[in-house]
Design a protein around this ligand. Structure first.
Ligand code: DOR
Length: 440
């Protein structure tokens, strides 16, 4: 071992790409993993004692809303990525519904510049479809994919009609990620439920059928043009059952921890804080989504981190905006499920790191392997501590999971070989890098 390691993590339970976990040392130099072995003989410039802790690849969160530019009173790229660092999230893919929206090269360039100045972790951005920016959807660079809001959006980013959707599927090769809800059905049902002030009505208006209709339409168009499709935040058992029967090899899907772990009973306890799009569903949906995830019908996990202030959420239904934060709690939530026997630690890591890297063709990330980027998280799977409002680093300052006792909290988060979070402290000097996306 002649090279001096910049950083060595000693004696951690290391998750290997084949899923086995074994005690050892991991050495990092030039931002990359340079040694994975039972014991590195030489001293590193910096060392972290991983005894009793588990070393996983950093989480890649493939669906977040970080609000900058234009909505910085809810979140900005700095506060959001402090929250990422605390949550073990080392890379994210962000959605285009900022102000202005990310629908052309100028908006993408602006986001990338802001990200290079403010992001503590690695970043990538979607280009948003508007129905009349077909050319930009292929030319804007770099972009991890095209985002289409088929429903639950306002203004230019809402593309709900089949005749407007079809040319997007027909032209170009990029991954298309859809928010699949049937806008016409939502509009019609809103009228039916006019005057309702119970937040639980949200799940009735934007019901399972609304999600299923849109998922069917996206699948139909994807099959017609054999177009790479990703269905964002699958929320219903109905969609999971459909995909179990009919999922072409070029289609992927994801689920959020909220749709796995919360259901419409949550409105009773946390009211509009439980309001998101697509909405929370029933226990049956939770169970059916879990089964689909475990069986590989659902490919990976995203948080749909969509912060709103408590003041905005306090407006009550139907005036409160939809969305919940997620990057700070997602890994601990899922590892707590693993410890409870619902799945394994290596499955959690596959769903939260390996599979998103693969789906979005992000090279050298999502595994602890030689010459991979040193994006890592050291978690403590032995102790439990609660989600507390006062600990939240997201600017919104709340979590739908407050009071939940979780294990697997990040102790140390490393981005490109640099320690960005360690035992409760964020190193706000660290900056991530723009993610690369290889051709599919
Ligand atoms: O609940 C949601 N809120 N779902 C989305 O897809 C968008 C998001 C937001 O931006 O607030």
């Amino acid at each position: 071992m002649s090279d001096t390691m910049k950083l060595i993590i000693r004696n951690a339970e290391v998750l290997h790409p084949d899923g086995h976990i074994e005690k050892g040392d991991v050495g990092i130099a030039e931002g990359k993993i340079k040694a994975i072995t039972s014991q590195i003989p030489d001293q590193g410039e910096e060392e972290i004692d991983g005894t009793g802790l588990t070393l996983l690849p950093g989480v890649i969160d493939p669906q977040v809303h970080f609000r900058e530019p234009g909505l910085e009173h809810k979140e900005d790229l700095f506060t959001a990525t402090c929250a990422c660092a605390r949550g073990g999230v080392t890379s994210f893919l962000e959605m285009p519904n900022t102000r202005p929206p990310t629908i052309d090269q100028a908006a993408m360039d602006d986001k990338l510049k802001r990200a290079s100045e403010k992001c503590l972790v690695n970043y990538g951005f979607f280009v948003g479809a508007t129905g009349d920016n077909l050319e930009a959807l292929e030319s804007v660079n770099p972009a991890c994919g095209i985002k289409i809001f088929m429903g639950s959006a306002h203004g230019a980013l809402l593309v709900s009609e089949e005749e407007t959707l079809e040319p997007i599927f027909a032209n170009g090769k990029r991954l298309i990620a859809v928010h699949a809800e049937d806008q016409a059905r939502i509009v019609q049902r809103k009228k039916q439920f006019q005057g309702a002030t119970d937040p639980a009505t949200h799940s009735q208006i934007q019901d399972n059928q609304a999600a299923l209709n849109a998922t069917k339409l996206a699948l139909k168009l994807s099959k017609r043009y054999q177009r790479r499709l990703h269905i964002l935040h699958l929320s219903t058992g109905d969609e999971a059952e459909l995909l179990r029967e009919d999922k072409p090899s070029w289609v992927t899907t994801e689920v959020t921890p909220q749709h796995l772990l919360l259901n419409s009973e949550a409105y009773e306890n946390i009211g509009t804080l439980a309001q998101m799009n697509p909405p929370l569903r029933s226990r049956w949906d939770n169970e059916t989504l879990w089964k689909a995830l475990l069986d590989g019908v659902i490919d990976f996990i995203a948080t749909d981190h969509a912060p709103h202030t408590l003041e905005e959420k306090g407006k009550g239904y139907p005036h409160a905006p939809s969305g919940m934060p997620g990057v700070e709690t997602s890994l601990a939530l899922m590892l707590t499920q693993a410890k409870a026997g619902r799945c394994s630690v290596s499955q959690v890591s596959y769903w939260m790191s390996t599979a998103p890297a693969k789906a979005y063709n992000i090279p050298n990330k999502g595994a602890i392997a030689l010459n991979y980027d040193a994006d890592l998280v050291l978690v403590d799977l032995n102790t439990y501590s609660p989600v507390r409002r006062e600990d939240i680093l997201s600017k919104c300052g709340w979590s739908p999971f407050e009071g939940w006792s979780l294990t697997g909290w990040a102790q140390t988060t490393i981005v490109g070989g640099q320690v960005v979070y360690h035992q409760g402290k964020v190193n706000s000097e660290i900056r991530g890098k723009a993610l690369q996306f290889n051709a599919g």
